[in-house]
Write a protein that binds this ligand. Structure first.
Ligand SMILES: Nc1nc2c(ncn2[C@@H]2O[C@H](COP(=O)(O)OP(=O)(O)OP(=O)(O)O)[C@@H](O)[C@H]2O)c(=O)[nH]1
Length: 543
């Protein structure tokens, strides 16, 4: 969720609090390093502990705006590592220089705290309704059709007739998607509207373009402004609606969920706040032995993982996650102050996808995480999504059912599966043609996507057969939801030539709230049997 004015204040206060706690912890952390060196004989474990603490400070100080302290801590770490590699007979003298470097660090900490000012670098965004779509088009028939269809799918639509009026509205609020023509009849070009394009970009609104012409130059310009779609007239309205729905989903996804694993709690809290301010949901690992449990319950899109932690290393934890079938494809990004490229590559070879180096500025962190979220979504889309409907494909929805059954059993929550099949679909194809049949399939897919919760899954199981996976939902609730979707689907009017028609579907529900199922296949088979019974009983109903 994008922060509203109220929770913006809360977020700022939370940022300040974490920073204050970090500042307060600094003198004690520096003194603890000093204490490690004060015994007559500095032992190998003490040196190790000092290296680990200096390493953590090197990563954290920069993040909280103490860049110089961060560099100093990095030097301490390097110096201690050099000493560690020396034979014992040569360590004594070198330790004196480490002692004095730690003493300098302590003094620098005190000086830095005297001059500290709390300046958060995170830009907090304006609130924005996630289903708002602005249309800036000049073809009345297209505007009317898009307006009706988008509203039927529950979107808020605002219509503009000039770039100026759109820019003015942007000073109040931004849309989730702007669908705009790239050239107006009065000769104005969208690509000259710098202020408008900058504001949209700042607010992370998605841009869909409409053009009378198609040429390479225009497409390059569209790409320069990160347009998400480029439609050339005449347009296929259902396809356009499906693209808009998909974009809105991706906007949600782009915000995504990030799971943070870092033994430095204050740093982890700071990252969480930075990402939250950018609309990304986060959770910090509470108990390392519960890693898999916590990840399965949060369902992150990405894991940010520290590498050097006291009990287990990041690479070991990544290895554990990769042992679970359902977590094999979860992107893991290491976030570590390890600057050695060779060690970074070695760590990556052990099950991670990317490497970010600490200290990282707030903005860099947000940009890097967003880019990786977007990329992993795009890949998932290519692998899992059906081309016509953009719902997930047969194998992916079956995988989702298996994962959710695993989760439901673990957390003792109900899970329902719904199988739906459009009634007499063969005769729709026969009477109105295959292309019209495709429009009906796309419309039902869009409806399913709109009506389910973020944690639910909808898939295209076969030609005109769909499957819903509904976690934390009993059979009664699943039946009610499917009834409501059926009612809306029946009300959709399709046109083919001069005739209009509507369709219905039959559905079967199976739920762990009614019987226990050991395997997802059994649950799917039960839903399939219920669907068959609904067809037998006359169709247009939910069983
Ligand atoms: N247009 C279109 N048709 C498809 C697609 N996939 C499957 N079909 C058609 O969907 C029809 C399914 O017909 P049937 O399985 O006989 O069932 P039905 O006519 O829907 O009748 P009931 O399910 O018994 O109500 C077949 O004619 C398939 O060719 C698709 O992607 N697009």
């Amino acid at each position: 969720m994008i922060p509203t004015d109220n929770n913006k204040t809360d977020l700022r206060a939370a940022f300040s609090l974490v920073r204050q706690r970090f500042e307060q912890s600094l003198p004690a952390r520096a003194s603890a390093m000093q204490a490690l060196l004060q015994a007559d004989e500095t032992t190998a474990p003490a040196l190790n502990q000092l290296i680990s603490e200096a390493h953590k400070l090197a990563g954290a100080c920069g993040t909280f705006g103490f860049g110089l302290l961060g560099s100093q801590a990095k030097m301490l770490e390097q110096l201690a590592r050099t000493i560690q590699e020396k034979p014992a007979s040569e360590q004594r003298y070198a330790l004196l220089s480490l002692q004095s470097a730690v003493q300098d660090f302590l003094q620098s900490v005190q000086e830095a705290l005297r001059n500290s000012s709390d300046a958060s670098t995170v830009a907090l965004l304006q609130p924005r309704p996630e289903n708002s779509i602005w249309l800036l088009l000049e073809t009345p028939a297209l505007i009317a059709e898009l307006d009706t269809q988008l509203r039927a799918f529950g979107h808020q639509v605002l219509i503009f007739n000039s770039y100026d009026s759109c820019l003015e509205a942007l000073s109040q609020q931004a849309p989730a998607v702007l669908f705009t023509t790239i050239a107006l009849q009065n000769g104005q070009s969208l690509f000259k509207q710098k202020l408008l394009l900058d504001r949209l970009n700042q607010q992370q609104s998605r841009l869909m373009l409409y053009s009378d012409q198609d040429n390479f130059d225009l497409r390059v310009k569209a790409a320069q402004h990160s347009a998400d779609a480029f439609f050339v007239s005449p347009v296929d309205v259902p396809n356009m609606i499906a693209t808009i729905s998909e974009l809105l989903e991706q906007t949600f996804g782009q915000h995504g969920r990030v799971f943070i694993v870092d033994d430095d709690k204050l740093l982890a809290e700071h990252y969480a706040l930075v990402l939250k301010a950018a609309g990304i949901e986060t959770r910090i690992l509470q108990q390392v032995t519960q890693l898999v449990h916590e990840i399965l319950s949060f369902q992150p899109d990405l894991v940010l993982m520290d590498i050097y932690m006291p009990d287990y290393s990041g690479t070991e934890l990544a290895g554990v996650l990769r042992q679970y079938q359902s977590l094999k494809r979860l992107p893991i990004v290491y976030l570590s102050s390890e600057a050695n490229k060779l060690l970074q590559m070695k760590a990556m070879a052990q099950g991670a996808d990317d490497f970010l180096t600490k200290p990282i500025s707030d903005n860099e962190l947000v940009q890097a995480v967003k880019a990786r979220l977007r990329r992993s979504q795009q890949i998932r889309l290519l692998i899992e999504k059906d081309g016509l409907t953009s719902l997930i494909k047969h194998s992916a929805i079956k995988e989702a059912a298996a994962l959710e059954l695993e989760r439901a059993t673990r957390f003792d929550k109900p899970l329902s599966i719904v199988m739906l099949d459009i009634d007499y679909f063969k005769s729709v194809n026969d009477q109105y043609g295959h292309a019209t049949g495709d429009i009906v399939i796309t419309a039902l897919a869009t409806l399913l996507r709109k009506r389910i919760r973020k944690t639910d899954k909808a898939g295209r199981y076969g030609g005109e057969e769909f499957m819903l996976v509904l976690p934390d939902c009993n059979s009664l609730q699943a039946r009610q939801l499917t009834e409501n979707i059926l009612q809306s689907f029946r009300q959709l009017q399709f046109s083919a030539g001069n005739s209009a028609f509507s369709c219905s579907f039959s559905a079967g529900v199976a739920s762990t709230s009614d019987s226990s199922y050991a395997h997802a296949d059994e649950l799917i088979a039960a839903a399939d049997t219920a669907l068959y019974q609904a067809k037998q009983a006359g169709r247009n109903r939910v069983y």
